[in-house]
Design a protein around this ligand. Sequence first.
Ligand SMILES: Nc1ncnc2c1ncn2[C@@H]1O[C@H](COP(=O)(O)OP(=O)(O)O)[C@@H](O)[C@H]1O
Ligand SMILES: [Mg+2]
Length: 313
Amino acid sequence: MSDDETPIFAAARQANEVLHGAAPALPRPESPRIITIANQKGGVGKTTSTVNLAAALALGGLGVLVIDMDPQGNASTALGVDHREGTPSSYELLMWESPLEDLMQKSPHADRLFCVPATIDLAGSEIELVGLPQRERRLAEVLIPEDLQSLGIDYVFLDCPPSLGLLTVNAMVAAREVLIPIQCEYYALEGVGQLLRNVELIQQHLNTDLEISTVMLTMYDGRTKLAEQVAGEVRKHFGETVLRTVIPRSVKVSEAPGFGMTILQYDAGSRGALAYLDAAREINARRKAVEADSLASTAPAGEAKGNGPEENR
Ligand SMILES: Nc1ncnc2c1ncn2[C@@H]1O[C@H](COP(=O)(O)OP(=O)(O)O)[C@@H](O)[C@H]1O
Ligand SMILES: [Mg+2]
């Protein structure tokens, strides 16, 4: 959507229908999808995308769990759940101190939206994990698809910290899919090569099922040539993996967490909200393709298979 004209009106009505449960429910994936949101660069929209996609899918009637893996706890804030020091959290999950169902808090934003919050306790866990058995599989061991299914969870989103340390490794070992948000700014692809190499290492040694299922363009400013160029370059590299929906840069999107909300509660008719609703629908519609074996889809378009994608600066 490019204008602020009548299409926005139609879209706002659509958003309101979603918020009030009048819109058609989204089809459920056959089995729970576990998606890691990763990019070791900070500020690219990992947390924003996690909470807004989670809220959009939950408002579409699906069961969604966000596990906050970033000690900053920003996802927990936006989902309106308690994450003060001492609150049972993702730390207890990683330490195998409490079962998942005891750590899930219901978000006030939707009926079937849950969050395992992150507290400051998680900050020391990268070091603590080093000395533990199965240090890369701590999360995978307690995130069992059958359990998720019996809890009514269709989607699990793992919001990673801005590093490729053990918390991110745990998330990638526990997940089946990686979603990479890429900010449409200068140096957008800086570090992406390193991220891709890490994903490859995890595929080889720790989780053969892992795949980069989704690349999402965030903070797109349609007024700049630069955003368009970055988007073009990302699409050239990643091909089909890139969502058609692009998330616009919008002040409202950045304001929402300050009120303990996602954009869908803060301003359901805004361009940002509609973009995340569209992105969520697109991700959910891709579930069939994702089920299929698709190592090929992780290779950027136009590149020979077998060659690692080159970092592009
Ligand atoms: N589409 C957007 N438009 C405007 N600001 C955004 C958008 N997405 C994210 N932001 C802001 O950018 C900053 C970084 O986003 P965040 O999701 O926290 O990134 P990360 O989790 O990758 O560090 C935050 O202040 C957030 O509010
Ligand atoms: Mg974050």
